[in-house]
Design a protein around this ligand. Structure first.
Ligand SMILES: *Cc1c(COP(=O)(O)O)cnc(C)c1O
Length: 398
């Protein structure tokens, strides 16, 4: 069964992914089962997507009920669930307005378009440059891959969209130097996800805020991965002491249903007028009803406090692993349940061996083992993963 699916997939689906040889059939909480009935503990969660775990019963119920009522009518009309979600997002963030999209890339596209339009409306043409960071990740559409500061993502897609300038992450001076009279926005992740779980300093974000405010440059936080409770607060920017002008969300917003959102202050958002931007599927009743339920559960203060506690416990276990395997591990770090072990060498073998033992983890930026489990993960599940890592690292040392 699994063999047939894998063969057909390789033959019929565009060959854009290096997939692991597993076919999943079912999930519940932090567990997945493959077509052979094998159980796995999932610390990837669809890449920081299923923050409430797989098949969350309350989300499933909302999806079933809404699917039987109304799935889609287009943005030619008003629908209640879309407005309800917008209201919830605004109540819980710095923002005054929301644009709904279907993915992280699309949310970032909207943010980039908004920044260009905002600047053009106020200052005329030519002020369209966006400063982004080296090793950032913002998506795979043409504009967002151009925004992404990684050569391997650009490879083969020249010419890129004009106007993106990459500077080293966490360097205020580099941003200062890169700003010109043509700059309309600075786009940055509070913690670089794909770039290896790199954490920016508080001073860095404070300085970016000041620079952007002084020059009327929009500060855009890409919280596609860090948002929705991942780092222990609903949004990661809450821990930075500054607010952006624009923030993008996606990944966990629908707990697996495709939804993205761009949130903006009233001042920035005014640049979008009827006809500026659109999306057929953006903010359908089905996905917004699901996302409202997800947001309701995650933004509960007890839930978030639990994420911080569990995250601390997990980080302690990772630090312990770092101390026990200092020849292989360079660093243990992260916030909330966005955690990482930076290895001395490539992490692929560790990921492969963990998978053979029923533990799903992920490696990003070659050498960084990334852990983004469902936020409902238990200490027993963390122990299972940490113990498995211990065994695998011992094997590699031995
Ligand atoms: C995943 C990710 C994106 C892209 O999201 P898609 O839904 O795959 O388009 C953008 N930014 C960040 C920070 C991400 O982690």
């Amino acid at each position: 069964m699994s063999q047939l699916i894998m063969e057909l997939c390789d033959r019929l689906v565009c060959n854009t992914y290096a997939r692991y040889p597993v076919t999943f059939e079912r999930g519940a909480g932090c567990r997945l089962w493959d077509t052979e009935g094998e159980e796995y503990v999932d610390f990837v969660a669809g890449i920081a997507v299923c923050n409430l775990g797989h098949s969350h019963p309350e989300v499933a119920r909302v999806v079933c009920e809404q699917a039987q009522k109304l799935v889609h009518v287009s943005n030619l009309f008003y629908t209640g669930p879309q407005v309800h979600l917008a209201q919830m997002l605004i109540e819980r963030s710095f923002a005054d307005k929301v644009f709904f999209a279907n993915s992280g890339a699309e949310a970032n596209e909207a943010a980039i378009k908004l920044a260009r339009k905002y600047s053009r409306d106020k200052y005329g043409p030519g002020r369209f440059h966006v400063i982004t960071m080296e090793d950032s990740f913002h998506g795979r559409t043409l504009a967002t891959l151009s925004a992404t500061g990684q050569e391997k993502v650009h490879q083969g897609f020249d010419p890129l969209v004009e106007g993106f300038h990459y500077v080293p992450y966490n360097s205020v001076e580099a941003v200062e130097r890169a700003i010109t009279e043509k700059t309309c926005a600075v786009l940055v992740e509070p913690i670089q996800g794909e770039g290896g779980v790199r954490i920016g300093d508080l001073d860095y974000f404070r300085a970016l805020r000041e620079l952007c405010t002084a020059k009327d440059i929009l500060l855009i936080f890409d919280e596609v991965q860090t948002g929705m409770g991942r780092t222990g607060t609903l949004f990661a920017y809450e821990q930075l002491g500054v607010t952006p002008d624009v923030m993008t969300l996606a990944k966990a917003l629908g707990n697996g249903l495709p939804i993205g959102a761009m949130l903006a202050t009233a001042q920035a958002a005014q640049a979008f007028t009827p006809g500026s931007h659109a999306s057929t599927f953006g903010g359908t009743p089905l996905v917004t009803a699901a996302a409202a339920k997800v947001l309701e559960i995650i933004s509960d203060e007890d839930f978030l406090s639990q994420v911080r506690d569990t995250g601390r416990y997990f980080l302690e276990r990772l630090e312990d692993l770092r101390d026990r395997h200092s020849g292989l591990i360079r660093d243990a770090r992260g916030r909330g349940l966005m955690l990482a072990l930076e290895l001395v060498g490539p992490g692929k073998t560790v990921v492969d061996r963990c998978l053979e033992k029923g533990v799903i983890i992920n490696c990003t930026h070659e050498t960084v083992l990334r852990f983004v489990p469902p936020l409902v993960v238990s200490r027993q599940e963390i122990d299972r993963v940490a113990d498995t890592l211990d065994t695998v690292l011992k094997e590699l040392e031995g």
